[in-house]
Design a protein around this ligand. Sequence first.
Ligand SMILES: Cc1cc2nc3c(=O)[nH]c(=O)nc-3n(C[C@H](O)[C@H](O)[C@H](O)COP(=O)(O)OP(=O)(O)OC[C@H]3O[C@@H](n4cnc5c(N)ncnc54)[C@H](O)[C@@H]3O)c2cc1C
Length: 236
Amino acid sequence: MNVLIVYAHEEPKSFNGAMRDTAVRVLKEVGHTVEVSDLYAIQFNPVGGKQDFTALAEPAIFKYGVEQTKATEAGTFAADVAAEQEKLLRADLLIFQFPMWWFGLPAILKGWVDRVFAAGLTYGGGRWYSQGVFKGKRAMLSLTTGGGPTIYSPTGLNGEMDTLLFPIQHGMLYFLGFDVLPPFIAWSVARSSQEEREKYLRAYTDRLRNWRTSETIPFPPLEEYDETLQRKQAVN
Ligand SMILES: Cc1cc2nc3c(=O)[nH]c(=O)nc-3n(C[C@H](O)[C@H](O)[C@H](O)COP(=O)(O)OP(=O)(O)OC[C@H]3O[C@@H](n4cnc5c(N)ncnc54)[C@H](O)[C@@H]3O)c2cc1C
């Protein structure tokens, strides 16, 4: 199986770097092919725009989504975008490895999503959610935080972690059809003891060994929504 880790940390000696290294080692040990997109190392440009294309289909008025769709048909994505898309299309498991920044993805990783999850290629024409392009493939968030688990509990000051991750897990990954594994969260790593951090790496190892058989988040399939895209009464 092919695994793509999209890694968004500038410092190789960071705990995110340790999680990435752990994932590469463990996944290779069990026989997978692992690719890493090290976004800072490749100086990935996170700003979506005209430079994403080698030619514009409708240059008079620039519409990003329209150009993405046309580039999918014409094969006119710029080399940096096309290289990431090829890795994405090869992956049976997609992992985002990142520190939580401002309750979400660091900009470099959000920009990777904007540019690589292109209209036409990864969604569109009725291909979304449970009928999405990546149906049958899996994805997982692996993140570190500054705050501890209680501040992200249902009554916690920062709001519930599941709610904060919904735009990524549902709005990006499940939107494309991925089955989304529960996130692996290493809480408050800078304030944890060395022993606690080593425990996180061991727990992550176990999670990675079981990624093919673990339960995924039970997001409802499209059949459970009516023509106004609201959950049908019967299943509420
Ligand atoms: C712009 C910005 C926005 C932020 N927004 C939020 C937010 O919204 N919510 C929130 O909760 N936090 C937030 N934070 C905090 C951020 O999430 C944490 O700083 C980050 O998750 C810590 O991860 P790290 O990999 O950078 O840790 P590091 O500080 O790199 O690592 C922590 C410790 O682990 C050690 N370590 C490295 N490798 C290993 C290893 N192999 N074994 C054991 N220990 C090791 C390191 O030496 C270090 O002592 C924000 C930070 C920034 C800069």
